[in-house]
Design a protein around this ligand. Structure first.
Ligand code: ARG
Length: 590
């Protein structure tokens, strides 16, 4: 098995500590931003156990390392830090391995697991908003990162398709077209195959009903009744629901597809409805449910105090009206996943504001004995805010539709390209394609680069800028390498063995070598921004290399030309791989 430079150094230092009869773990090497690329702080940590001064331990370790062909410099700093510079030979050996490795250093996790990622979470009939965008972008990236690390990952969109919005749609459609067979209670089968509504109809009917219900309690009652009858299994309403879901999925597949987001499962709340009665009976039999004011609940916090509003409120399994709720469908979904997939982990990429909901659901699932608590994770994220610091909306204050948002990004990217004169002599189709890719890269990178849990401000001008830590900057960096490779081909220069001699070359190799570490950290913390940091620092390391080390200039010896060209090609490969894991596509040129 091939080790990274950091792992190789750790092994050498571990052996040196072991030679002092100290645990090898003290030899752990970390990256350093000080005078040398790596450091080991084990001498300080080991002092107590060894009953020696850190300095004496460090002296001994450095002594052990002298003459080691993998280490150029091992130097003591301060009270006993050991600064480490790898030898040229080690760096060269490692880059050769990386260049020959189809995964560019990426390794499988120690334990590969089966993981369900629940993300997207769009609602049938309700327009998608920026919260759904964050879920889709973060979830997709996590799914790809986990897959890259060898896990078996199943992405499920978990549509919201079982709530009051369905009752709104059904009852509003009935007001418009009362003669449809779906509304005739006596008709129980043979319903038309074609949907009576389009996506546009639904987008009109739902807000119409919702607005009417706000001012008219009688109208709301109708929607509630339709919801209850649907959930009780009224055949005409079920048939309508099937149409609504099918039409919505077609539409959503398009919308998510435009974002480069793909789900393995298109299940939703409605799809687990058949499991609910059995689930509730089983939970009752287990004795974990309680009746409360006619509702059926599961207490999940011994110290819950309703009056003082302290602790976690109980799970609502069934309301007094008999309706099942958001808790119920999420529990039934966990049961469904248990029996169909039996995952090691279920990750929910959902707005931070739903944290209590998930805590409740998870505790109930643990009480039911289906999962251990640590198998269930809510990966919350913050809100996208406008410049006023309030959640981002349209100019009129409404929910911003996802399609309008992506359109906005594409247009801003096209404008920016025009202003900077980039790609203006290409054909119209290519220009549009480039603008689309830049727009999406801008949007996704701006979202992913923040620590997932923080809120951020939607600042389109900054997002589409080619300068700074942005998606467009990274695409530009990748495209610049592509153009270098084309130029080299024209000149007949072939990539060869990589001989990293200059400092900027060595640094670039060490950056490339840290890819797996970044992915492992992003995986462990479920935080794509760690990968964003990696691709950004990699692009910067390439920039430095490109400025310091001419590749195709006439005076450069052929062997060096070929070496630098190969290093550039390897960087491009990793840059694109990293961007792909963020869900970002790179154009061929711009
Ligand atoms: N449809 C929900 C919403 O719009 C999000 C669903 C999240 N996933 C889940 N399993 N509850 O808020």
């Amino acid at each position: 098995m091939s080790l990274s430079v950091l792992q190789t150094l750790s092994a050498h230092l571990g052996a040196a500590f072991a030679a002092m009869d100290l645990p090898g773990e003290y030899g752990r090497v970390t990256e350093s931003d000080k005078s040398a690329p790596f450091q080991c702080n084990g001498a300080l940590a080991a002092a107590k156990l060894a009953k020696k001064s850190p300095r004496d331990i460090a002296d001994f370790v450095v002594e052990q390392l002298s003459g080691n062909p993998d280490i150029a410099v091992a130097e003591i700093a301060g009270p006993g830090f050991i600064n480490l510079t790898p030898s040229d030979a080690l760096v060269k050996r490692r880059v050769k391995e990386l260049a020959a490795d189809g995964r560019i250093g990426v390794r499988d996790a120690e334990k590969c697991a089966t993981i369900v990622v629940d993300y997207g979470g769009a609602n049938v009939a309700k327009p998608m908003h920026v919260g759904h965008l964050r879920s889709a972008v973060i979830g997709e990236s996590l799914k790809r990162i986990l897959r890259a690390r060898g896990h078996k990952v199943i992405g499920d969109v978990h549509l919201g398709d079982w709530g009051l919005q369905m009752g709104h749609l059904i009852s509003e459609l009935q007001e418009e077209q009362p003669d449809l067979p779906y509304f005739e209670a006596a008709i129980i089968d043979g319903f038309p195959k074609d949907s009576p509504v389009t996506m546009d109809d639904m987008a009109r009917l739902y807000p119409q009903a919702s607005a009417k219900s706000k001012s008219d309690p009688g109208r709301l009652k109708k929607s509630q009744l339709a919801t209850a009858e649907l959930q009780a299994g009224r055949p005409g309403y079920r048939a309508l629901l099937d149409h609504f879901i099918r039409i919505s999925i077609e539409y959503l597949k398009q919308g998510y597809g435009d974002l480069g987001v793909e789900f393995d499962l298109w299940k939703g709340e409605a799809s687990v409805d058949p499991l609910i009665p059995g689930m509730i009976d089983a939970m009752k039999a287990q004795g974990i449910t309680e009746e409360s004011d006619g509702a059926l609940i599961i207490p999940v916090d011994e110290n819950y105090d309703e009056e003082k509003r302290k602790g976690i409120p109980p799970v609502m399994l069934r309301a007094r009206t008999g309706a099942v709720l958001y808790h119920t469908t999420d529990l039934a979904t966990l049961l469904d996943r248990k029996t169909e997939i039996d995952p090691d982990y279920v990750l929910y990429v959902v707005d931070q504001r739903q944290a209590t909901h998930f805590e409740q659901v998870f505790r109930a699932a643990v009480k039911a004995g289906w999962y251990k608590r640590e198998q269930l994770e809510h990966l919350g994220f913050g809100t996208v805010n406008g410049k006023d610091g309030k959640p981002f909306t349209t100019r009129a204050g409404g929910v911003l539709k996802l399609s309008d948002l992506t359109k906005m990004m594409r247009e801003a990217a096209a404008k920016r390209l025009e202003k900077s004169g980039i790609g203006q002599d290409f054909g119209a189709a290519e220009q549009t394609d480039i603008a689309n890719k830049i727009g999406m890269a801008a949007l996704k990178f701006a979202d992913l680069q923040n620590q997932r849990t923080t809120n951020y401000i939607f600042d389109i001008d900054r997002f589409v800028s080619f300068e700074g830590k942005t998606g467009p900057y990274l695409l530009y960096a990748a495209v610049r390498i592509k153009s270098l490779l084309r130029k080299a081909k024209d000149k007949g220069v072939e990539p060869g063995d990589i001989l990293p001699l200059e400092k900027a070359e060595q640094n670039l190799v060490l950056m490339l070598d840290s890819f797996n570490r970044a992915l492992a950290a992003a995986e462990a913390k479920r935080m794509p921004h760690i990968l964003c940091d990696h691709v950004y620092t990699l692009a910067q390391a390439f920039s430095k290399f490109y400025a310091d080390c001419p590749v195709l200039a006439n005076e450069v010896p052929d062997e060096i030309k070929s070496s630098r060209l190969a290093l550039a090609a390897l960087t491009l490969k990793q840059l694109e791989a990293g961007l792909t894991l963020l869900g970002i596509e790179t154009p061929e040129r711009m």
